[in-house]
Design a protein around this ligand. Structure first.
Ligand code: GLN
Length: 591
């Protein structure tokens, strides 16, 4: 097993996650089997309890693991299926050490950070690195490990110590350290400054880690003399210094690394001579299409957190994958759900009008998942608008539940229809708490991870979008569900439940057949969307919003984005779409 460790220095939010995923993709393109581990030095055992507003979305895995959103980047770039163990946190490590201590496994010894915690970290890495994540048998060839935070943080110290020991243990030729750093440019003189990188490399060395590769974030490519200086002061050969300069979108990053021969440097450090020349033809073609898209498709995101786009990262990625597949330039209109509500009309009429103008100008409306009652009424109003005005609509999890509530209120006339999450005493409880396990305990009752949905009718949009499959496995994260006792009444009124679980008691997909595209899913399809394989229900939304749903349905949800040899299909040409700091997932708050 070979290991690539990615660390970060100087400042957070440099895009370590994207860099690590891109390195993984590049090595994969060289014919290697790659897995990845993300280390988060915080004390939470997992990301499940963390606020999306502070930390970005909680990413959900097949096994029900609630993990850091960087794992989503890995899965998307490498098209892999990770497990909860691929995300290591301080909380998880300490929990395992304390459990062992309680069982008496340390045989009376004093349990200490070194060696017990550091040993536990190394054992964890070694164990998880050997688990295949690509659906094939046998261990992967390379494991890319990303250490969250910045070198020097107190909380990452045990991990640094463990990784230092680990690199010594696996030996040179099996371990490659890529240090992501910043080379700022002082605007007055326009000079690229190496000092911050020098300092952070010195810090790394003082902790027992030696960088093999420097990946420098900068606005432009590094000048030769700057590289020479860095090489001299950091003791890294010039050929091992790459610049991650600003690019139009993150799909360029693997290409940038390849162009600077980062794979050759890494393969040399890892003694891997059997790797082939990287084949990124399809990836390159798709990136070119992305760059040249001009024809906009406007999607209104009616959410609770509109300030931090990381809160809905996977939804945005899924919309993007589908838009690129349809050769459309995605334009997201952020609509704060509460701005649509009557109370805002009274308190801030301008805000209310602006929100409605945005909603009405959109080609499609998406109501994402969520918890808590803020903005619920606004989401219901947006759903009603989509339903009544034939605007393509996708409701995810809470969004699907509210679509049912709205339908029960408006069409069945159940004026106080609600989810018992928001109104426990409602006389029309169309969404209820239906735990898979205990009915008395809230803790651990979330329905999490992959579950199967069986299509009830072949002649519905979602089944066609999923390639006329009989069933589909998607990821869940919810407690509440559509009340099975109200199904027949709701269906008689015209809303149909086209996907259910194996018992037929849990509603998974809802559709309004009389509408151009009105679909709700109890699961989160966004977590399994990939750049080259857009998620079916998102593709449906974008296709409907761009007026090409019929042709997508006819081909069973298949769109040929690029042909096998990497030639772009379609003729979208135009100018490059710039969108700010593309390395960071958002504003970097979660790093
Ligand atoms: N709050 C809802 C539930 O628990 C929806 C959850 C979600 O949207 N992820 O069922």
């Amino acid at each position: 097993m070979k290991y690539v460790l990615v660390t970060g220095g100087v400042v957070s939010g440099l895009g370590k996650g994207v860099t690590a995923s891109s390195i993984g993709l590049l090595l994969q393109a060289c014919g290697l089997r790659v897995t990845s581990i993300k280390i988060d030095p915080y004390l939470n055992t997992d990301a499940g309890t963390m606020s999306p507003f502070e930390h970005g979305e909680v990413f959900v895995l097949d096994d029900g693991g609630e993990v850091d959103l960087d794992l989503g980047n890995y899965e998307r770039f490498l098209d892999s299926t990770l497990t909860r163990d691929n995300n290591i946190t301080t909380g998880k490590i300490y929990q395992s050490v304390i459990d062992k201590e309680r069982k008496g496994d340390y045989l009376g010894r004093t349990v200490q950070v070194v060696p017990h915690v550091t040993d536990a970290i190394q054992e964890w890495i070694e164990r998880v690195a050997n688990v295949p994540v690509d659906g094939k048998e046998g261990p992967p060839d390379v494991c890319v490990i990303e250490l969250g935070g910045t070198i020097g943080d107190i909380e990452s110290m045990p991990f640094i110590e463990a990784l230092g020991q680990f690199s010594y243990k696996v030996g040179p030729g099996n371990f490659c350290l890529v240090h992501v750093s910043l080379v700022p440019v002082l605007s007055v003189v326009g000079e690229q400054k190496t000092k911050p990188t020098q300092h952070s490399v010195r810090g790394l060395r003082s902790l027992g880690l030696t960088p093999n590769i420097l990946a420098c974030r900068s606005t432009k490519a590094l000048e030769e003399n700057v590289k020479t200086k860095l090489s001299q002061f950091c003791h890294v050969p010039e050929v091992n210094i790459v610049t991650l300069y600003d690019v139009p979108n993150i799909w360029h990053v693997p290409l940038l690394l390849r162009d600077q021969k980062a794979h050759e440097a890494i393969l040399k450090e890892l003694n891997l001579s059997n790797a082939v020349k990287p084949d990124l033809a399809e990836w390159t073609a798709r990136t070119k299409i992305y760059d040249t898209l001009q024809d906009p498709v406007r999607i209104a995101m009616v959410g609770k957190y509109t300030g931090l786009t990381d809160s809905y990262l996977s939804v945005l990625k899924a919309l993007l994958h589908a838009s690129v597949a349809c050769h459309k330039k995605l334009v997201i209109e952020w609509v704060a759900a509460s701005d649509l509500e009557e109370i805002t009309a009274q308190e801030a009429p301008d805000v209310h009008k602006a929100a409605w103008d945005l909603l009405k100008g959109a080609d499609g409306i998406l109501v994402p998942g969520g918890f808590g009652d803020r903005g619920v009424q606004g989401k219901i109003l947006a759903t009603k608008y989509a339903r009544e005005n034939q605007v393509p609509f996708l409701g995810i999890c809470l969004g699907m539940q509210l679509a049912v509530v709205e339908f029960a209120r408006s069409i069945l006339g159940f004026h106080d229809a609600n989810s018992t999450e928001f109104e426990p005493e409602t006389s029309s409880p169309c969404i209820i708490f239906m735990p898979e396990g205990s009915t008395t305990h809230m803790g651990g009752t979330m329905r999490l991870g992959s579950r199967r949905t069986y299509f009830q009718v072949a002649d519905c949009k979602s089944s066609k979008l999923y390639g006329n499959a009989k069933f589909v496995d998607e990821r869940h994260r919810h407690r509440y569900e559509v009340n099975p006792d109200m199904i027949s009444e709701i269906e008689k009124a015209g809303l149909s439940f086209v996907g259910k679980d194996e018992t037929g008691r849990r509603m998974e997909i809802v559709e309004l057949p009389s509408h151009p595209y009105f679909v709700g899913a109890q699961f989160h399809p966004e977590f399994k969307s990939r750049p080259g394989k857009p998620s079916a229900l998102f593709l449906g939304l974008i296709a409907a919003a761009s007026g090409c749903l019929e042709s997508v349905l006819q081909t069973g949800g298949k769109v040929n984005i690029v042909s096998k040899n990497g030639v772009a299909n379609g003729s979208a040409m135009g100018k490059v779409h710039q969108n700010g700091n593309v390395y960071s997932n958002g504003n970097g708050l979660h790093h």
